[in-house]
Design a protein around this ligand. Structure first.
Ligand SMILES: Cc1cc2nc3c(=O)[nH]c(=O)nc-3n(C[C@H](O)[C@H](O)[C@H](O)COP(=O)(O)O)c2cc1C
Length: 305
């Protein structure tokens, strides 16, 4: 048996480093048709706000070469419906539940974290300060270091639970934000959220997405994500969770090799809903073939002069 567990700190120990990324796995339960959720380290739920959000007008998703652009606009059922309808079922699944949260203002971020902190079944929060698809909130907090600092410091005072801050790649120097999060008491950082992108249709002469711009994700963004994760691993001591274009176990192993403590699978869930389970198995087999007994021996082991 290969030891696959990783410790992200503050009571968040994963049985393996594979998480499903927010917005690509609903509230997790949808995946039970493909494999038991107990196979993976955990799930990051679709971004939750205190009150339900309807989302942006359609079309709000388009396929591009090697990726997709979305402008969902954080459609969600709201925190109250989540704890009543989804959490009791999810809690039975023997996997970590990381609730991705979002607010239109500082007060709304605090309100949703305060409310959800009461629920023992929730293992941690992933704070989305990087959504490019809403008019206010989200990315404003993630592209201004002063706002990031205020938000993380307030949330740290609001909850005892694990605080993972999800960073935006749409900045000049992502390490500046990583350091601010660490300085204000975040337990970990996850990156990257989507890159701001655009697609147009030459037949209809229209923008492919109603709001013109959206978040670009999928295999095409992997090299950018890998670079940013590496930069953050070098800049901070708290765990870094790698996200961006991961579609198979080899991609996952690359992020772990450069020092990510865990990884998240996003867009790949749409074209291969079983990839969560497959990636866990692939990592385990790879390590076994290399004679590596513990995944922590692989994490950060790249030859780095
Ligand atoms: C349709 C869609 C919805 C998303 N919704 C959220 C969300 O609610 N909250 C969030 O933090 N990230 C959200 N994301 C971003 C992903 O979690 C992930 O960071 C990004 O897609 C990059 O990873 P990938 O290339 O593996 O997809 C969404 C992505 C997609 C494609």
């Amino acid at each position: 048996m290969i030891e696959l567990s990783v410790d992200l700190g503050r009571n968040l120990k994963l049985k393996n480093p594979v998480l499903l990324a927010s917005g690509t796995c609903g509230y997790g339960l949808e995946f039970e048709n493909f494999y038991p959720l107990s196979k993976i380290g955990g799930i990051c739920t679709k971004g939750l706000s205190y009150k339900p959000i309807e989302g942006n007008p359609t079309p709000r998703i388009v396929e591009t070469s090697c990726g997709m652009i979305n402008s969902i606009g954080l459609q969600n059922i709201g925190a109250k419906a989540f704890v009543e309808e989804k959490l009791p079922l999810l809690a039975k699944k023997d996997t970590k539940i990381i609730v991705n949260i979002f607010g239109y203002s500082l007060e709304e971020y605090i309100k949703v974290v305060e409310f959800l902190s009461e629920y023992q079944e929730i293992d941690g929060f992933e704070v989305n300060i990087s959504c490019p698809n809403v008019k206010k909130g989200g990315i404003q907090f993630g592209t201004n270091p002063k706002l990031t600092k205020t938000l993380v410091s307030k949330l740290r005072k609001t909850t005892e639970k694990h605080l993972m801050i999800k960073l935006s790649p749409n900045v000049t120097d992502i390490t500046e934000f990583a350091k601010v999060c660490e300085g204000e008491g975040a337990d970990s950082i996850s990156l990257i959220n989507t890159l701001l992108g655009m697609a147009v249709n030459i037949e209809t002469k229209k923008f492919s997405i109603k709001r013109k711009m959206g978040g670009f994700s999928g295999p095409a963004i992997k090299p950018v994500a890998l670079r940013m994760v590496y930069q953050c691993v070098k800049a901070v001591k708290i765990p870094v969770i790698g996200i961006g274009g991961i579609s198979n176990y080899k991609d996952a192993l690359e992020f772990l090799l450069i020092g990510a403590k865990a990884i998240q699978i996003g867009t790949a869930n749409f074209f291969n809903p079983s990839c969560g389970k497959e990636i866990v198995e692939g990592i385990s087999n790879f390590l076994q073939n290399k004679g590596i007994e513990n995944i922590n021996q692989w994490i950060g082991s790249i030859e780095d002069e």
